[in-house]
Design a protein around this ligand. Structure first.
Ligand SMILES: [Zn+2]
Length: 199
């Protein structure tokens, strides 16, 4: 099958199959992932203030608070492995990454292997691949999680996870130069950065 024919077929299937926009419930029709209105509601922001840095400086790109369209889109990503949606979110994030950051690679925040087996995929990696592709850099799985701490911490209402020994970095995989860590929600990333500063 040629790429053009494949794309045309996919377009036809999208039109024929009734699918609701995960952001608002409207029918998607031929649109992939999100309807145009929800897509327009996603705007990347470079953040100067976050738990990741003690001093204010641009260091983080987000699509905004975990609410509304963003929250519903992330939930859809987690439960439906929505690749079209990951592409839209990743590409939108990429438009907010300043060129001056000179990003050389994207590293997804890993799930615990048991959790990934259960789910079948890592939503941060789906986002990471889309983001990396839009930035024309590699997406490198340079970290693995050795303990499933995040959920436990959330269940117990702990403010900050104890991630000591919860991640392992594969040094041979670590690219040189600036890298972007990507996760679907900032809470885990915040804890991971805390850990990275200590290693
Ligand atoms: Zn929508």
């Amino acid at each position: 099958m040629t790429a053009a024919f494949g794309t045309a077929l996919l377009g036809a299937l999208r039109t024929l199959l009734p699918r609701a926009c995960p952001g608002c419930g409207a029918q998607l029709g031929a649109h992939a992932g999100l309807c145009p209105d929800c897509r327009a509601a996603l705007r990347p922001h470079v953040q100067h203030h976050s738990p990741l840095r003690a001093r204010p400086e641009p260091h983080l790109v987000t699509l905004g608070p975990y609410s509304g369209v963003r929250r519903r889109a992330v939930r859809e990503l987690k439960f439906a492995q929505a690749r079209d949606l990951a592409r839209i979110l990743g590409e939108t994030l990429a438009t907010g990454v300043p060129a001056t950051w000179d990003v050389q690679a994207v590293i997804p925040v890993p799930l615990h292997p048991d959790r990934q087996r259960q789910r079948g995929f890592n939503q941060a990696e789906l986002l990471g691949r889309a983001l990396a592709s839009a930035l024309a850099v590699p997406c490198v799985p340079a970290l693995t999680r050795t303990r499933a701490t995040a959920q436990q911490a959330r269940r117990q209402g702990t403010q900050r996870e104890d991630l000591h020994g919860a991640f392992r970095a594969h040094e041979g995989f670590l690219p040189t130069g600036p890298v972007l860590l990507i996760d679907d929600v900032l809470t885990t990333t915040s804890a991971l950065m805390h850990w990275l500063r200590r290693v």
